[in-house]
Each structure stands twice: as C-alpha cells, then as structure tokens.
Design a protein. Structure first.
Ligand code: IMP
Length: 445
C-alpha cells in the first residue's frame, strides 16, 4: 500500500494526528502537504502529551522520515520552536525534511491576517491569525518567499523587498493606527506592525532562520518518489478538513488551501496513481472553530457534554469549539470528495453518558424541500434544518474497550448505522486520547 492519504471529513480537529501516528507504524515516511501552523495535533504517547503545529505526526517514530511538503506554508520561528521543544523532551528531529519549494509565512502576513479580520468586523472568518491566508495569497501572486530563498542572501533580500513594496499601503495604514494608539495612551495591539518590519531587519532575521533550518531542507518530492518506487508506504497527512477546503468548503469560511486527498499530489509532488488508500477521519459528533454555517450545531446540555468531555478547545488558538451532532449529509459529501476508502471514527467515548444520540440523515430547506445531498448554494445551506435519526445512548464509559465485542451493542449499532448510511467501512474507532485506546473493527489487531 505505497501511498496512503489521511484527511479530515468535517471542519478539522477530528483527531487526524492520532490516526496518522497509529498508521505510521507501517510507513517509512509521513508527509504534510498543505496548511501551516493553523493546524494543531495532540498525541498522547507513553503518558506524555505532545502538541505539534507544523511537524508531521510521525515524528515520535524514530525510524520514519517526517516531511513538510511544498504545499505547506511555514512560519520558520514556529518551526524552530517546535524543533527545540522536541529536543527538550528527548525526541530527535534528525528525520525531519523540509521542502525547498514550501512558502514562508512572514511577519507581515501575520499582521495582515489580523488586520483583515478586524476590518471584516461581524463578517470575519474567525481565522487562526497565523498569516495563512496572506501567505497563500502571496504564493498565488508570485510574491512569496520560499524556503530555498533562505539560503541565498541576495535573492532573499530582493524577494522581501518586492513583497514589502506591494504591502506598503496596508502596512502604512497599520503604522498610522499604532501611532494613534500610542498618542491616546492605549495599549498597542498586535495587529499593528512593529519596528522589525523593515527590509534589513527582516532579511537578517530570516537569514538566521535559514542557517538553522539548512540541515533539514531538501527536494522532498524526490524523497517521496524514492520511498514509493521502493514499495514502501508513504502517508500523506492532511490538516484541516473537507468542509474547510478553499474550493469545496463553506467559502469564504474556509482555510486558504485544499485539505482534500487530491491536494496531496500537488502539495507533495506525487501523482494520483501513487495514492492507493484514503482514510477519512470523522469525529463521532461534530465541531467547528471560527465562523460559518454548521447545520447540526447545538447549544444545549448535549452540546455542553461534548464540549466538556471532549475538551473541545482549539489546539492552536485555545478557542472553544462549536459542538453538534454527526452530520451524515456533510459526511457523504466529504467522503466522495476525498475518494475515501475507509473511515476512522474518533472520540466515541465522548458520546458515552448521553441518554440519546442524534445523527443528521437529511436536511430540510427553508422552503420545505428534502435535501439528501450537501447543497451547492451556500444560501440554501445557511437556511437548512437537519432531520435526525435518534439512537439510545451507550452507558457511561467505553474508553476501556479494545475489541468490537467490548463495545455495548448500542455503540456497535451507532457505528454500523454510520458505515451503512455513507457506504464506507468504519475500520478504526478511537475511544480515548491514548495510543492504545483504539478498536480495529475487523478484530485484526
Ligand atoms: P485560517 O486557516 O487560519 O486562515 O482560518 C480559516 C478558517 O479555518 C477558520 O474558521 C479557522 O478556525 C479554520 N481552521 C484553520 N485551521 C484549523 C484547524 O486545524 N482546525 C479547525 N479549524 C481550523
């Protein structure tokens, strides 16, 4: 099984890191192909909790290559902090590889992200404010600074100069605001540029990053080809999820990259025929951070149960996640978009303790039409009411289950219903944060 993509099927935070970490046991390389440090994955290993934003989830396996592919946008300061963090807990970063073609997040991207959000006011996207959108915008405008530029001072200076020129107006407006705040004795907010934002300082700062990152920089597409051509398994680890996809998600309330499996090809430099399996990760319920439509959102007792028991706070921003029931209309859409071959259902244990569990099986439009498919027009999606099937709860705890037979019949029934309705097997079920808290549904492990 040379190429395996692992992707999110909802709005992110499905627990892809844990599934990647598990499946990585049979792989030789784990490759991230999009997103940046807007992502955050938590892995609990030997009782220790590890949080990563940029480094692929396979880093805890000593013998695996961990690749940051060309499709990722990299904030070098954040990456170096993560590398240092790994060293501190005794994990070697020696197997890390960074694509020379990946684009860099610059301090002005972070500032512009925040400034744009503030400008949008009530219409804001709720971004992570990590500079993701502006960095991808510069990539598309051909004003981006790439990882390889860090290794050539002349080029780096020239690229930063060109990029800065195009932002002068926006940055000037921000400076005026900073001066005004200073005059009024107001605390300066971090959306206003500071003194680091001149050509010389930026070039020096990024050159220094380049020196430290140089040992890891390489042609990562070629590295993937070597592994795949030798018949070894390469995992393509998605960040965010289908409903946050720039093309197929709930635009504009999306991220600025394509988290679907097809994007693994462009974002890692491999071909579609290199990917043989696509694992879709789905939480047993739904969550969303940031703004945008969320048909099955609930704010009742069950929602509070999910939030508290599921610790539903963003790994990256700490924001509380919106919670709701599992949405099979949206899931079917995500499954088809990704060409999903198997599902990994995470956090089943969080639902334990609820008397009744609901699953959305179709939508009803404002006009009363029955919608079995995810509507292509966002205005319709904003107005839909989900229709639910209801299931009895399955006791107080399932976190000790390790085999299908350990699960109460109500829980197995819930999993079977999901699998039959969406037409894809649920191959793996997560019942807690620990690496061993999983059930292989075919009983094979
Ligand atoms: P951005 O990716 O920071 O530009 O944010 C755009 C949207 O994607 C916002 O709604 C974010 O909350 C959401 N988002 C980005 N990354 C993640 C993630 O890893 N998990 C969940 N939501 C995310």
């Amino acid at each position: 099984m040379p190429g395996v993509a692992i992707v999110g099927t909802q709005w992110g935070d499905e627990g892809k890191g844990k599934i990647t970490d598990l499946l990585a046991a049979d792989a030789s390389a784990i490759v991230r192909f999009q997103g940046g440090n807007n992502a955050g994955h938590t892995i609990v290993h030997d009782g220790e909790t590890y949080k990563f934003h940029l480094i692929p989830s396979g880093i805890l396996h000593e013998d695996k290559l961990c690749v940051i592919g060309n499709g990722v946008v990299i904030d070098p300061g954040v990456l170096l902090d993560e590398i240092e963090g790994l060293r501190k807990v005794g994990v070697s970063p020696a197997n890390l590889r960074i694509s020379s073609n990946a684009h860099l997040i610059m301090p002005y991207h972070v500032l512009l992200d925040t400034a744009d959000e503030l400008k949008l006011g009530k219409l804001s996207i709720g971004t992570t404010r990590r500079g993701i959108g502006p960095a991808y915008a510069d990539k598309a405008l051909r004003l981006g600074v790439r990882v390889q530029d860090l290794l050539d001072e002349k080029i780096l200076r020239k690229k930063i100069m060109t990029a800065l020129e195009s932002k002068q107006q926006a940055l000037r407006e921000l400076s005026v605001r900073r001066r005004k705040l200073r005059k009024e004795g107001e605390p300066e907010s971090d959306d206003v540029p500071d003194d680091r934002l001149d050509l010389h300082t930026l070039t020096e700062e990024y050159l220094a990053y380049g020196h430290r990152l140089e040992p890891y920089i390489t042609d990562t597409a070629r590295l993937c080809w070597t592994e795949l051509d030798a018949g070894r398994t390469v995992i393509f680890e998605g960040a965010q999820a289908a409903l946050l996809d720039l093309d197929h998600g709930t635009y504009p309330f999306v991220t600025s990259s394509n988290p679907i499996a097809g994007a693994a090809c462009a974002g890692a430099g491999v071909g579609p025929t290199d990917i043989e399996q696509v694992w879709g990760v789905v939480k047993a319920y739904s969550t969303r951070v940031g703004s945008g439509p969320f048909p099955t959102e609930i704010e009742d007792e069950a929602g509070r149960h999910m939030s508290e028991k599921g610790h539903e706070f963003g790994t990256t921003t700490g924001r509380p996640r919106r919670c709701g029931w599992l949405d099979l209309v949206a899931l079917r859409y995500a499954i088809r978009l990704n060409g999903t071959s198997a599902l990994a259902m995470t956090k089943l244990d969080v639902l334990a303790g609820l008397d009744t569990i609901k699953v959305a099986v179709r939508y009803r439009s404002k006009e009363g039409a029955v919608l079995d498919e995810f509507p292509y027009h966002q205005t319709i999606l904003h107005g839909v009411t989900p229709e639910y099937d209801e299931f009895p709860g399955f006791g107080d705890e399932v976190s000790d289950a390790r085999r299908p037979a350990d699960l109460p019949p109500e829980a197995r029934n819930y999993i079977d219903f999901v699998s039959e309705t969406v037409g894809v097997p649920v191959a793996l079920v997560g019942v807690g944060p620990g690496r061993d808290q999983v059930i292989w549904m075919d009983g094979s492990r």
